[in-house]
Design a protein around this ligand. Structure first.
Ligand code: GDP
Ligand code: MN
Length: 398
């Protein structure tokens, strides 16, 4: 789960990390009061969307060369003007894709003076099973470019969970940033606090870009992006409360209500599968035969007819879907339950695209009989290979 920058900064502040003062607003009318509360003399007006690259982003429909989604100003009138220009508008950045994202919240911050912009991120490194730090003096800009062109400017190390954060980790961060004396101490203190926040809140990723050295020589987190481990959210009701559903895929939200493991993808073939392994194999084989899956959907082992119906409705509601492949290996899941769920869904919402059904395993004969007796135009398949070829052929024909 992701949260907004202003929420991430509030979390960091709880752990004593240095962030600027700011006020989140939802309406342009709130801009003036927010700016006055902060006092100035410099303000930053920041679009809050779950995507980076806002500074260099552009608003849809704005004149060419119009300023981006993060703007610095010394005038309250401009704070008001920028709020009016940003709220409700669609911001397109390198991370949002062409569709962009609607800006529904702004963060008005007191402006910081920047002497240097650094990069610092932390993530769970699955290879080592440890929390890794990625640090670079080259902050503010696109870290992927730095990694590609000047990889020597990126320092990484990971923290053994058995020892936790140690003084040498803080020194490694200070060294990577070229900081000495009291600034090195600050870097070490920051490292400790970031690690504490990361582990206490079960984060999976924390990115501060830029981490700046201010005009008066202190470190400050000027941007913050946090992702949390969804499997640990039950331990953090305070984090769950920060969820902004308008930022998430509507189909994924609907799926989560039914406890379905659903992830929207870019292709044309909707998939309903039981078991994550079989679902991945299904995605692979669709690609093998030259099409792209529209989603990953694992209905799970003990799905009810209601759950199957909900899953099928989510797939058919996606206008990208040009064909559907139901691929079930009935173990705990019974084929007749799948068949009834599919038919209930088709009766409720109709079926305008080809549907290939491959059933195997528990109650397979009953499941096949239900489908063939339904009068629906279903293309039956014998195995995974056959099913994938049939749906790809049907989609290509259509
Ligand atoms: P992003 O573009 O989505 O990563 O948004 P950031 O929060 O990183 O802001 C983009 C850029 O705006 C930063 O790299 C800074 O150069 C600039 N910026 C952000 N906050 C301040 C500030 O308080 N003062 C100044 N002078 N520049 C800022
Ligand atoms: Mn940034």
């Amino acid at each position: 789960m992701n949260i907004h920058e202003y929420q991430a900064k509030a979390v960091l502040k709880e752990f004593g990390l240095p962030v600027s003062k700011g006020v989140a607003i939802f309406k342009p009318e709130e801009a003036e009061a927010a700016a006055k509360e902060l006092g100035g003399p410099v303000w930053v007006v920041k679009s809050q969307i779950h995507a980076g690259g806002r500074g260099k982003g552009t608003f849809k429909g704005a004149p060419a060369g119009a300023k981006g989604g993060v703007r610095v100003t010394k005038s309250i009138d401009e704070v008001k003007q920028f709020a009016g220009e940003m709220l409700g508008q669609t911001l397109v950045t390198i991370q949002t894709g062409e569709a962009g994202k609607q800006v529904n919240r702004l963060y008005i911050e007191e402006g910081a003076q920047i002497a240097a912009e650094f990069y610092l991120s932390m993530l769970v490194d699955r290879e080592t099973g440890q929390v890794a730090f990625v640090v670079s003096t080259e902050g503010g800009m696109d870290i992927e470019t730095v990694a590609h062109d000047t990889p020597e400017k990126i320092v990484t190390f990971s923290v053994d969970p058995a020892t936790g954060i140690m003084p040498h980790h803080g020194r490694a961060v200070a060294k990577a940033l070229g900081l000495t004396g009291p600034q090195a101490k600050e870097a070490a203190d920051l490292t400790n606090k970031l690690y504490a926040a990361f582990t206490a809140k079960d984060m999976s990723m924390l990115e501060i870009n830029p981490l700046v050295l201010t005009g008066d020589g202190h470190l400050k987190c000027l941007d913050a992006k946090i992702s949390f481990d969804s499997n640990a959210l039950y331990r953090h009701p305070d984090i769950v409360a920060l969820r902004d559903e308008t930022e998430e895929d509507a189909k994924e939200i609907e799926a989560s209500k039914y406890d379905l493991a659903y992830i929207a993808l870019d292709g044309t073939i909707g998939c309903m599968v039981n078991g994550a392994g079989l679902a991945m194999a299904t995605l692979d084989i669709i690609k093998l035969y030259g099409e792209e899956p529209a989603n990953f959907l694992d209905v799970g082992g003990g799905a009810t007819e209601e759950k199957v119906t909900a899953a099928f409705k989510i797939i058919t509601a996606d206008p990208q879907v040009k064909g559907i492949l139901v691929n079930i290996f009935g173990g705990i899941m019974k084929c007749d339950v799948i068949a009834r769920g599919v038919i209930a869904a088709v009766k409720a919402v109709g079926l305008e695209v080809p549907l290939v059904v491959r059933l195997e395993g528990t109650n397979v004969e009953e499941g096949k009989a239900i489908i063939s007796g339904s009068g629906l135009n279903v293309i039956p398949a014998d195995d995974l290979d056959d099913a994938a070829q049939k749906i790809v052929a049907a989609v290509k024909k259509g």
